[in-house]
Design a protein around this ligand. Structure first.
Ligand SMILES: O=P(O)(O)OC[C@H]1O[C@](O)(CO)[C@@H](O)[C@@H]1O
Length: 398
């Protein structure tokens, strides 16, 4: 399945997949700069034994200079990964698509630390310490306290504030922060490079309230504002029910699992004030099945959404809109290809089975849907606009 030519509408030229074989490229840096630091952080956070540390080192070496080895045939998901990666095993990591390679790196990492193996490390999330520290932080206290101003805002002010929080919450991504320049986060002139929010709100307002699907990205400081947005959609009658899609296991450092979602709900309810009211409403919405969780294996697949299985296709086709959060979901939506950035968004996502809106801060190279003038200005003014997390987009297709 991997590397099947992307399905493109008439008139849209195929673009090549992004690989990680070009020294100095963003994708190359993920394997050569970010992953070594990530593994150092893990070894600081856990007393892994010598075998585990050797295996981590071996994974790093293999992924930087070696060929892609298969999962053990005893792995519970060996058959899935055989299907997802048959063209890639035995090839140099650098020559397989970046989207596939980065995802497989996280799957192999879980193997090395024993996450799936019967034994004492089974089920121990290697990213839990970082996620827990973020959730307990004073920054989160402040962000939750700020919710107390919400009831004083007019409806259109609240909805814009909540959409913006969910969008920019995507910048608080623990994996990205491993190598992101702190200066790139603070005090910069953050900007939207595409902004379809008016069309998104109009679509929601004009659709009979039914199901909205939100495909989550990171836990903690991103998932909290996502949950607040979900509460708003339910309260405002813009959604009768919400399907929240999560990861079935730890992934890309801070991606949200069910356990992370429950931790966020508890954080909200324990905060007092408006945050607690929101948390209690969401708790009740879950009990009444108006907020439903899903953790489909495809959420951690190394593939573009164009290859989604039928049951997910039905989820999206049956929703008023699917809200796709974050950079990786965007890469999967458009196929992580070297698109000309002015390719119309609607053409690139033509295959998607229902209305879709993407809320993403830009942390990697793939992008479509820009106006030529916007692209020219960004290329002239900001060297790292595609990858620095300083820019964001809201793109909608009905
Ligand atoms: O959490 P997000 O927004 O999906 O970001 C994940 C992104 O982080 C990276 O792992 C490194 O920036 C990208 O390769 C990936 O797309």
């Amino acid at each position: 399945m991997a590397e099947a030519p992307p399905r493109l509408p008439d008139g849209v030229a195929p673009a090549a997949p992004i690989l990680c074989n070009e020294p100095g490229s963003f994708a190359w840096g993920v394997f050569h700069d970010r992953h070594p630091r990530l593994l150092e952080q893990l070894c600081d956070a856990f007393p892994y034994d010598a075998d585990q540390r050797r295996a981590l080192e071996a994974l790093l070496d293999e992924s930087r200079t070696g060929s892609v080895a298969r999962l053990s045939p005893r792995a519970h998901d060996a058959a899935l990964w055989d299907a997802w990666g048959q063209r890639n095993y035995g090839r140099p990591w650098a020559d397989v698509p970046f989207l596939w390679a980065e995802s497989y790196f996280y799957r192999r990492l879980l193997d090395v630390v024993g996450y799936f193996t019967p034994g004492p490390w089974k089920g121990v999330d290697p990213f839990a310490p970082a996620k827990a520290a973020e959730l307990a932080s004073a920054t989160v206290d402040d962000e939750l306290a700020a919710l107390d101003t919400l009831p004083q805002l007019a409806n259109d002010q609240s909805r814009e504030a909540l959409l913006a929080s969910s969008l920019w919450g995507n910048r608080a991504d623990l994996g990205f922060q491993i190598t992101a320049d702190a200066a790139a986060h603070d005090g910069v002139d953050s900007a939207l490079v595409a902004d379809d929010r008016a069309r998104f709100w109009t679509h929601l307002a004009e659709s009979p309230a039914s199901r909205v699907c939100l495909v989550a990205d990171n836990a903690g400081r991103e998932l909290l504002p996502d949950l607040v947005l979900i509460d708003y959609l339910l309260q405002a009658g813009l959604a009768a029910e919400v399907l929240l899609q999560l990861k079935p296991h730890p992934y890309y450092v801070s991606d949200a699992t069910t356990a992370d979602t429950l931790a966020c709900l508890r954080r909200l309810t324990a905060a007092g004030g408006e945050a607690a009211r929101i948390g209690r409403r969401l708790w009740a919405a879950m009990q009444e099945s108006r907020l439903m969780l899903r953790a489909h294996p495809f959420a951690c697949a190394p593939l573009p959404y164009a290859d989604m299985p039928d049951d997910l296709c039905q989820d999206y086709a049956g929703s008023t809109v699917t809200i796709l959060k974050g950079d990786l979901n965007y890469r999967r939506l458009v196929g992580d290809l070297h698109w000309p950035a002015v390719t119309p968004f609607a053409s690139a996502v033509d295959y998607f089975p229902g209305p879709v809106v993407t809320l993403r801060t830009l942390k990697s190279e793939a992008v479509v849907g820009l106006q030529p003038s916007t692209l020219a200005r960004l290329d002239a003014d900001v060297e790292t606009w595609r990858t620095g997390g300083t820019h964001a987009l809201i793109q909608f297709r009905q």
